[in-house]
Design a protein around this ligand. Structure first.
Ligand SMILES: NC(=O)c1ccc[n+]([C@@H]2O[C@H](COP(=O)([O-])OP(=O)(O)OC[C@H]3O[C@@H](n4cnc5c(N)ncnc54)[C@H](OP(=O)(O)O)[C@@H]3O)[C@@H](O)[C@H]2O)c1
Length: 254
């Protein structure tokens, strides 16, 4: 059986680390290697089939260098999941109204939530193409996966509450980028499925200040969210490339 290779970006984040842990558990059943990236928080998870690489997603040079390091260790990647994101910073919370809009915070959201998956796609493409070729994928096979954790609040048609300009707009921009990429790759990488996902409301540092409004029983653990996201990705087909889905696999309107 060919070795299956994963690249998890943001592997020390709440959801990202749970995804890495879940894939390591799954690797008891099939041979696989996991490349995971970290940023400022140092990784503490170790395994024989896990390699850590530093990546700052707001720098194209850093993305390029990290992917070059992956490429020095393997000739193909089967699954990419970008689990990086920001909602609040030391100085800013998401805007309640337009008077709180600040260009620096807006641009930071764009640089961390919107642009990185496009830059990662730009540099990782040869490794995905190699996965298609070396696995000899045909239409009936499970596709190569290029997934990004987005957010339901990036849906324009689902926006009923308003507020959170910078975060909403960065996720809407991410979604448009991935939809556009899915169309391009349907011509050049026919067995890649490009997906954006809503992970649920999950108990992490990112959601902590906003958990007060979450109804009883609706706050997911990172383990539950990661397991559901991986189940959904495992059932995707190449025809579903360009989808926006939630943790249960349900389609979210753009
Ligand atoms: N939690 C939720 O309820 C929820 C809901 C909807 C969507 N999401 C989305 O799910 C994704 C994961 O969020 P989470 O809840 O797991 O948040 P989290 O625990 O705060 O993790 C976010 C990760 O992003 C990394 N990161 C931030 N800036 C970076 C940069 N410039 N370069 C590389 N990595 C960077 C952080 O690393 P450092 O700390 O080392 O910088 C951290 O590992 C995000 O896209 C978020 O928008 C989450």
């Amino acid at each position: 059986m060919p070795m299956q290779n994963y690249l998890i970006i943001g592997g020390t984040g709440g959801i990202g680390q749970a995804i890495v842990e879940q894939i390591i558990k799954n690797s008891l059943h099939k041979p696989m290697h996991i490349y995971a990236t970290y940023h400022q928080r140092q990784p503490n998870l170790q395994a024989d089939n896990l390699s850590w690489i530093q990546m700052n997603v707001s720098s194209e040079a850093s993305i390029q260098a990290a992917i070059a390091e992956v490429q020095s260790q393997t000739d193909h990647i089967d699954w990419v999941i970008n689990a990086v994101g920001m909602l609040h910073s030391e100085s800013n919370a998401p805007e309640k109204g337009i008077r709180q809009l600040e260009p620096d915070y807006f641009m930071q959201n764009m640089a961390i939530n919107a642009l990185p998956s496009l830059l990662i796609a730009k540099h990782i493409k040869p490794l995905l193409k190699a996965a298609e070729n070396c696995l000899g994928l045909s239409a009936k096979d499970a596709p190569v996966i290029f997934a990004t954790i987005s957010a339901r609040v990036g849906s324009i048609s689902d926006n009923q509450l308003g507020g959170w300009y910078s975060y909403r707009m960065s996720k809407a921009a991410l979604n448009m980028g991935m939809k556009t990429l899915a169309i391009e790759w349907s011509r050049t990488l026919k067995h890649v499925c490009v997906v954006v996902m809503q992970p649920g409301t999950v108990d992490t540092e990112l959601s902590k200040p906003f958990q007060g409004n979450v109804p009883e029983g609706k706050l997911f653990t990172v383990e539950y969210s990661a397991q559901k996201l991986l189940e959904v990705l495992s059932s995707m087909t190449a025809e579903q490339s360009g989808s926006f889905v939630d943790w249960s696999g349900a389609t979210i309107p753009w």
